[in-house]
Structure formats: C-alpha cells, structure tokens
Unconditional design. Structure first.
Length: 422
C-alpha cells in the first residue's frame, strides 16, 4: 500500500490494521477511534501521523515497525496504549500524549535521539532499548524501568506544568484525581551510568540489581524513602524526625559520598549507610553496633550539630548541679603554719598544713556557689583545671566532666564542619 489518508476519519467500531504494510505516508489527522484499535505487527515505511487523534478504546501497536517520523502530537488515549516491542527508527519526538490508563513501552526500541512527553498514570519501560539519547518528560506517572538497556544518556524528568498543545494548555481532564508527580518504582537491571533522574519520587524505587549506582545522577528535588519507624514520644523533638535515606544497599551510598559531590547532599547517603549498619544484626558485630548506637545518639553520626550541643548543655547543667550539691566545700581550706624557734637561734623549720575540704551543709544552691561551679564546668569543657578547691566527690565529678564534655564539644564541631563543607 502506498500513501494512506484518514484525515478526520471516524471509526465507530473496532479498527484493525494488523500486519498492514504502508510504503508511503499514513495520515490519521484528528481521527477518532471509538472502539478497539490495533496496528499489531504493522509496517510503516514512511511517516505515520496521528496528529490530535483520539482513541476511545484500547490502542495496540505491538511489534509495529515505524521507519519514518511518527507524530502523536496532542493524541489522547482514553484506555491503554500498547507500544510493546515497537521499533521507532526515525522518530525525534513523541507527544505530548495523554493517556487515561497505561502506556506500555516494554521491549520497544528507540534508535535515534528522542524526546517523549507523556501524561499517564503508569508507564511500563521494562526491557526498553534506548540506542541513543532520550529525554522523558512525564506527568501523573508511575514508571518502571526494569532491565531497560541504556546505550546513551537517558533523562527522566517530572514536567512541572501541563504540556502545551497548539499554543494552549493540554486538557488533562482524563487524569483528574491523579497526582501530577512522577514516581520511579524500579531501575533493577539498569546501567545507571547513563541515567539521570530529576524531581522524581524514589521512595518506593527498587535499586537492587542495578549497575554503576554510584554514577546515577539525581537532579532537582528527589524524594527518598524514610528511615524505619519506631515508637515516638507524645511530643516529637524536631531534630529527631525521620531522615531522607534510600532503603537499599548501603555500600554504594558510602562510595557516592566519597565522590567529589557537594558534601551536605552526600551526607544523607552516609547517614543511610550508618543506619543500615546500626540495625544490621548479622553483618555488624555487637560491639560495633553498640558504638554506632552511641554515635547516633550523641551526634547523629557526626551530622547533627544541635543534638551534640544539646547533650553538651545537658552535661554541663548536670555538672553544675552536682558541684553545687556535693562538689564545693563550705569554705575554702585554711592554711596553718607551725614551727619551732631554737632558744639560741639557728635554723628555723616551718610546716604548712592545709585542712581537708569539708562536705557542704546548709544552703548549697546560692549565687556564689553557682558562679564557682560554672567556672569549674567551663574549664572542664576546654580540658583545663580551674584550681578551685573541691571535695572528694567534686574531684571525681570534675574528672568525669573533663573527659565527657570535650568529647561532646568535638562532636558538635565535627557536625558543623560536615554540614557546611563542600
């Protein structure tokens, strides 16, 4: 068959073009298909133009070979659109296309650089072959890229606004009630070296089985899975809220964090890796898990500065209270000088005695005692001795604070550095 013209044609029943071969151009401008439409195993040697076509029933292009340009500009599918196994040999642009149900691109082959603009609740891209660069601008979509073959860079982007058709905004009434964002559910079996994801939801994405995940590019604001839930107190502390992490293998996160990327963004991957190690009861020894629990509790793995500062403030407050209650004596010990002067003169020997500090009695929480306790505590933070006279209990309290508080200060400084460095 040479050229085929169906301009503004209306097909009231099923339209079956299975295995048809059209050597010229096929024109279906503004055509309306009311029933089931099938082009299975058809062959189009020229251009195939479905400009503003409307498919009310299911449309199937399975195993179709399209050697010329293919136009689906402004096409609408009220049911499923099946392009599984379809070969696109020369199509530079697909869409904008609106589909009320599913667009199946599984097993399809795109041989030239192409841009796809699709708004559909679900897109199947399993085993799709992208033999050249491709850009997928999507809306309202849940997309599965399992086992897709990427020979060149492929970008999956959430389109922020309705597509433009004929200088107007595309009618998205077919997708009413559906979220306009884009969710990627799987990149299993994909070589992520060529994959770019922009402004997509990855909270349910399966990464297991993908290759070169350390070279996956995430642009814009991507949403990740949250850390495992635990019992929360009635009043949740804002700095202890759940974190953004990927619920997948942790080893590539660590590698990603070590690459020359902005460190504050890579920190979330590092946080996720440490969470995996802390909860791993089989691969992480108990002693190491104990240390990780402490590291997380005190400073959020060196990433939560306010948490470390909060612990430091709490430790200083406890030290001050203990010193005021038990560490400072009632009075500073007095020194007494005793000696004997020989009657005939000669060498005089004196002995200086200092009385032992007495445990405090009476009112212990006074302004003067607070000032002394604060001085001892501040010196302990910077690992210095204040020279203040202390009781036996106070000596041990000061020793403990000189060990713990500098560590907490160091963790706070480390957390600030990890958040601001590049």
């Amino acid at each position: 068959m040479g050229d085929a013209g169906f301009h503004r044609a209306q097909f009231s029943g099923d339209a079956l073009f299975d295995e048809v071969q059209i050597s010229g151009d096929a024109r279906f401008y503004v055509a309306q298909f009311s029933g089931y439409t099938s082009y299975n195993a058809a062959r189009f040697s020229g251009d195939a133009r479905f400009y503003m076509a409307q498919f009310s029933g299911e449309a199937s292009f399975r195993m179709t070979q399209l050697f010329g340009d293919v136009w689906f500009y402004g096409a609408q599918f009220s049911d499923n659109a099946d392009f599984s196994g379809t070969r696109f040999a020369a199509m530079p642009h697909f869409g904008p296309v609106l589909c009320a149900k599913e667009v199946d691109l599984s097993g399809a082959v795109f041989e030239v650089p192409v841009t796809l603009e699709i708004a559909a609740p679900r897109i199947w891209g399993a085993r799709t072959r992208w033999e050249s660069t491709a850009t997928l601008r999507l809306r309202y979509t849940i997309v599965d890229l399992s086992d897709a073959v990427l020979s060149s860079p492929v970008a999956v982007t959430a389109h922020p606004a309705p597509f433009a058709v004929m200088d107007t905004v595309a009618d998205e009434s077919l997708l009413e009630g559906t979220e306009s964002g884009v969710r990627v559910t799987s990149v299993r079996g994909v070589d992520a070296m060529h994959l770019v994801l922009t402004d997509v939801d990855l909270s349910d994405c399966l990464f297991s089985g993908a290759f070169h995940l350390d070279q996956l590019r995430l642009e814009g604001r991507c949403v990740f899975a949250l850390t495992p839930t635990r019992l929360q107190p009635p009043i949740r502390l804002s700095r202890w809220t759940r974190r953004r992490t990927l619920a997948e293998e942790h080893h590539w996160r660590a590698r990603n964090a070590d690459q020359p990327h902005p460190a504050p963004y890579a920190a979330d991957f590092y946080y996720g890796e440490m969470e995996m190690r802390r909860h791993d009861r089989t691969g992480t020894p108990p002693s190491e898990r104990f240390l990780l629990w402490g590291y997380w509790l005190l400073s959020g793995y060196g990433l939560r500065a306010l948490r470390a500062l909060g612990w430091l403030a709490a430790a200083m407050l406890v030290t001050i209270v203990l010193l005021m209650g038990f560490g400072l004596p009632n009075d500073s010990p007095k020194q007494e000088v005793a000696g004997t002067v020989p009657p005939g003169g000669g060498k005089v020997t004196f002995e200086i005695n200092t009385t032992d500090p007495q445990n405090p009695t009476g009112d212990r929480f006074t302004g003067e005692r607070f000032e002394k306790s604060l001085n001892v505590t501040l010196n302990s933070v910077v690992f210095r001795s204040s020279g203040q006279d202390l009781t036996t209990s106070g000596t041990y309290i000061e020793m403990a604070s000189r060990v713990a508080e500098p560590v907490l200060l160091g963790l706070a400084v480390l957390a600030v550095r990890n958040r601001v460095k590049r």
